[in-house]
Write a protein that binds this ligand. Structure first.
Ligand code: SF4
Length: 178
C-alpha cells in the first residue's frame, strides 16, 4: 500500500467564508509523484503537469488535486461527505499503484475535451433517453464527468459506431472512488 498514513483536514475555503461547501485535504507522509502518470492514464479529463508533480481532475462537480505530498478536494456539501470523498481518493491512489504493472503510464499533458467537441460526436437527436433535455446538456455533464458514454443508449446503435469510437478515444470512463 502506497499511502498508509495521512492527516485529514476539512475546512471552509478562505475565499468563501460562510459558504456551505467544504474542502478537504490529506497531508501525506509519502511522495505520490510516481503514481501520477498512472492516474493520468486512467482518469477521464485529468490534467497532468509533470514539472509541478501535480494532477488535477474534476469528478462529480468536485475539483480534485493530487500533489506530491497532498490530495485535496473541494465543493463538497458537508464535512462527512468531504472525509468520505478524500478517503475514496486515497483508495483510488492505492489501487492504481497496486495495478501499475497493468497500466501504461502517460506523461502527456492533455487538454480536457470541451462540451462542444463532445457534442459534435453525439447523435444530436435530443431524444432524452439519457435523462437530459438535449444532447448539449448531456455533453456538458459528460465533460464534467457527471455522465458516462453508456448513459446515452443510442451510442450503442451500429449507425453511431464511429462516433462512439471517437468519443471513447477522448473520454476515459471515470473509475469508482467511493
Ligand atoms: S440519449 Fe444521447 S442522443 Fe439522446 S438526448 Fe441524450 S445524448 Fe442525445
Amino acid at each position: 500500500m502506497l499511502i498508509e498514513k495521512y492527516d485529514l483536514e476539512v475546512f471552509t475555503p478562505p475565499c468563501e467564508p460562510g459558504a456551505e461547501r467544504y474542502a478537504a485535504r490529506a497531508r501525506l507522509t509519502v511522495d505520490i509523484s510516481e503514481v501520477l502518470p498512472y492516474l493520468n492514464a486512467t482518469l477521464r479529463g485529468a490534467v497532468y503537469l509533470p514539472e509541478a508533480h501535480a494532477l488535477t481532475w474534476k469528478k462529480g462537480g468536485h475539483n480534485i488535486a493530487f500533489h506530491a505530498y497532498e490530495i485535496a478536494t473541494s465543493n463538497v456539501e458537508d464535512r462527512e461527505g468531504a472525509e468520505k470523498e478524500l478517503k475514496g481518493l486515497i483508495d483510488l491512489v492505492n489501487r492504481t499503484w497496486e495495478r501499475r504493472a497493468e497500466i501504461t503510464p502517460d506523461t502527456r499533458t492533455r487538454q480536457r475535451p470541451t462540451p462542444m467537441a463532445l457534442y459534435k460526436l453525439l447523435p444530436k437527436t435530443n431524444c432524452k433517453q439519457c435523462g437530459e433535455p438535449t444532447c448539449y446538456s448531456f455533453a456538458l455533464k459528460l465533460a464534467a464527468a457527471q455522465k458516462e458514454l453508456n448513459d446515452c443508449p443510442p451510442l450503442s446503435e451500429p449507425q453511431y459506431a464511429e462516433q462512439r469510437q471517437a468519443l471513447e478515444e477522448i473520454v476515459i470512463e471515470a473509475p469508482s472512488i467511493g
